[in-house]
Write a protein that binds this ligand. Sequence first.
Ligand code: BES
Ligand code: MN
Ligand code: MN
Length: 455
Amino acid sequence: MQNLINYIKENENNYIEELKEFLRIPSISTLPENKDDINKAADFVSEKLKQAGISRVEVFQTEGHPIVYGEWLGAPGKPTVLIYGHYDVQPVDPIELWDNPPFDPVVKDGKIYARGATDDKGQMFMHVKSVEAYFKTFGSLPLNVKFLIEGEEEIGSESLEKFINNNTDLLKCDSVLISDTALYGPGIPTLTYGLRGLCYMEVEVIGPNRDLHSGTFGGGVANPINILAGIISKLQDKNGKITIPHFYDDVLKLSKKEREDFKALKFSEKKFADSVGVVELKGEKGFSTLERIWARPTLDCNGIFGGFTGAGAKTVLPSKATAKISMRLVPEQNPKKIAKLFENYVKSLAPKSVKIAVKNLHGAYPVLTPLKGSATVAATKAMEKAFGKKIVYMREGGSVPIVTVFTKKLKAPVVLMGLGLNTENLHSPNEHFNLKHFQLGIISSAYFMQEYSGS
Ligand code: BES
Ligand code: MN
Ligand code: MN
């Protein structure tokens, strides 16, 4: 194994150059104008898998964005791990807040800066490179490997869900390994065992048939923005509880043991507040910040628009107002059920003076993975070896929509071995990835293959 680790360390610069090439492709999944780049990114992944030694690589077209599949099944009798990741990235706006152009990666202070650096190109690429290093050092892998890399994670993984449902034989595996989450802190080996789910809604309040003069009509006709703001303010009470009837019915309570485990992590609320530049934290009464973020559901307005938003003043009574509202869910909440409860409640809050339209944009089921099982044990040992420190188990507030499809359809346990940091600006300007963690991730991935193969 030492030769393999040395090989990885010696090739650090090559890996960074290749990652830069990957990061130069603006594969933003949500924007139609980036469709060519999406295809380029899929081809890039496919080429890199072939170069790494993966014998069968295929790019599957879908109704949405292509799926890259690769397999090397040269270790009969050994377990099969399926490695999942995504090559799509989030939009870059607000672009003016980036210190460097988002698709022109630069290395500064041991970090690589670009959209997708940590979410998820950099993390996904670690596994491609560990497989390559294994082939280069030993001529083969100690176990069977399948790669499944998609381009729609940031928009809900719709095509991938269909693909998995139609290809359960092709994708058959003993476990799924994903690096698309974070470490508890810099240099701390971490496995994530919980993700929150998501229910993303759009609410449109429709008033008069056109924008009106707020002097001649104001006071006599309902203002959709005022109404919408009123509705939003009623969705949570003063204790931070969500007021939608039956919202909490299926919420799994935190066990005493888990609350103690969270406490033992010595999370600094002060540092957390400082890191985001607020004087005081806020959230559901009766819960710590880690509990609120990892194990309690939330409701947040992501965006609100309508009326006049340009510079200066314009007196107008707008005809419409829209809000994008998302709820993070926790086990055992069901995003479809929550969407219905939300819709009913919001409609019940609207006065007759306006019309209201509610849309469910997308969702994800919450996840709890078992901490037992050979794949988790292997991942724990692998990370502890790579980092030379004891593992930390944590939950996560974010979502990876496809995870429950793996557990339900492929009946395979999922291991969340993320190497990112939540301070690495994923989805915001100046996204970056710590290159020390990039290397430790490649090494952890190599150790995982060794440990999980039982050799
Ligand atoms: N990799 C993230 C999820 C994540 C975020 C894990 C932070 C750990 C820490 C993923 O790419 C993501 O952004 N998911 C979306 C899902 C949504 C667009 C369906 C999310 O959580 O908002
Ligand atoms: Mn991601
Ligand atoms: Mn993301």
